[in-house]
Design a protein around this ligand. Structure first.
Ligand code: PEP
Length: 251
């Protein structure tokens, strides 16, 4: 089964509108004409201008989070409809920083995933273990628990519309990357967990690796048979670095 690689740039709380547009001026001419899908995830404030700049380019734009409710008294939150209104097509859900710093729960994610899908957004669901869990040999258990809980309310026929990012927390923003073998093992396990819901969807679903991906290590991570792309934080802030990671997936 050939799955189109996907490279997503998670800018977190970086880049003003001006900085985002400057980045695009450098990135767009550097992207290969054909090949991997590219998704940029700016802060909410830069979504609309980045969408406008990416019209008629192959680049899609994602938000870094959304609320599960249609509307209501949720100060500081945005809904799926608000993202669609801007032309946003994808949304990161369950990033470990949201889970750790903003109390994002598996219960909320179990509502957010079907809400995003019903609205027509492509969710990028992040899962991953922390260092203590890896050291205690609990990686498989943690990933299984997250996948089962977060995808519980997604109909089996919609599972392949989700992108899953395996992001070991100990590798995020630390410069410590999972070895290609560790990434492959965890991503294959996630695919197996999806297969317990729907074997066909598990073959089609794209599973990314994220955690200190850089131009120097991208090729060997992306060469793993179950790794279908990368979610990139720090190295996505420089257009040349992110373009080099996209090029590594295009090979
Ligand atoms: C991320 O935040 O999703 C991430 C993978 O960050 P970094 O590439 O900086 O580790």
């Amino acid at each position: 089964m050939s799955r189109t690689p996907l490279l997503a740039a998670n800018w977190k709380m970086h880049k003003t509108v001006g900085e985002a547009l400057e980045f695009l001026d450098a990135l767009l001419p550097a992207l290969p004409a054909e090949g991997p899908e590219v998704v940029l995830c700016p802060a909410y404030t830069a979504l609309a201008p980045v969408v406008a700049r990416c019209v008629e380019t192959p680049v899609r734009v994602a938000a870094q989070n959304m609320h599960q409710a249609e509307s209501g008294a949720f100060t500081g939150e945005v809904s799926a409809a608000m993202l669609l209104d801007l032309g946003v097509e994808d949304v990161i859900l369950g990033h470990s920083e949201r889970r750790a710093l903003f109390a994002e729960s598996d219960e909320a994610l179990a509502e957010k995933l079907p809400t995003a899908l019903e609205a027509g957004l492509e969710p990028i669901l992040c899962v991953g273990e922390d260092e203590a869990q890896r050291d205690a040999d609990q990686t498989a258990e943690v990933l299984t628990r997250q996948i089962e809980a977060d995808l519980a309310a997604v109909e089996p026929e919609h599972l392949d519309r989700i992108v899953i990012a395996y992001e070991p927390i100990w590798a995020i923003g630390t410069g410590r990357t999972a070895t290609p073998e560790q990434a492959q093992e965890a991503v294959a396990l996630i695919r197996e967990r999806v297969a317990t819901r729907d074997a066909g969807a598990a073959e089609r679903v794209r599973i990314l690796y994220g955690g200190s991906v850089k131009p120097a290590n991208a090729a060997e991570l992306l060469a793993q048979p179950d790794v279908d792309g990368a979610l990139v934080g720090g190295a996505s802030l420089e257009a040349a670095d992110f373009a080099a990671i996209v090029a590594a997936a295009a090979r």
